[in-house]
Design a protein around this ligand. Sequence first.
Ligand code: PEP
Length: 248
Amino acid sequence: MRPLVAGNWKMNGLASSLGELSRLKEALAARAPAYDVLVCPPVTLLARAVDAAAGAFAVGAQDCHALPGGAYTGDISAEMLRDSGASFVIVGHSERRQLHGERDGDVAAKAGAAWRAGLTAIICIGESEAQRDAGDANRVCGDQIDGSVPEGATAANTVIAYEPVWAIGTGKTPTLTEITAMHGHIRSVLVRRLGEAGRGVRILYGGSVKPDNASEILNLPEVGGALVGGASLKASDFLSVIAGLSPS
Ligand code: PEP
């Protein structure tokens, strides 16, 4: 399984940030990597990011509407993202679930929209700290997969990002044992739900992945890559995270 390291810029980045993508492109173009790299900038930079990437890495979006078009002021469809050059879209990020009230059914509809438009959906799941402390993390994440991952998910059209909510932007991470256990649990739920197709779906870890912890997390056999927030904004940090893919 080819690992994927994906950067989520969230609501950060102006035209002046495109230099980071040029630096990323220069570093990656000099390699023949055995992994995939993706950057998800704000949608305002999407088309220019595709130009800056020049094929050295993929470009994706951070959200989409479930419908292909219509009277939805301010929303952006998966088809529009595809038209701008995106090949991936993140759906169900915990910030969308918490701040925009998105529920599993909304996330599943957005994942279906991504597939309709020919995009790969990165479907985010993860428990809160209270849920983990209550011993409920496996049930919560299993329920989120059941509700957010539509029938028909395959390794080609879907990536799962396990992002414990309490680890996002906090500098806190689960232990390697906890990450291994949760990724194993997610895999078993995917196989129960999707059959053989569930074995090939990449499962990323996300939540405070930084240059200094990337190697130990990315080299866990159960981890298929990372979804990286803060450490993806600067090419030098993101490249250090990516470098963690080589066994230390
Ligand atoms: C994220 O936004 O998906 C994320 C994992 O953020 P950070 O790496 O900053 O914790």
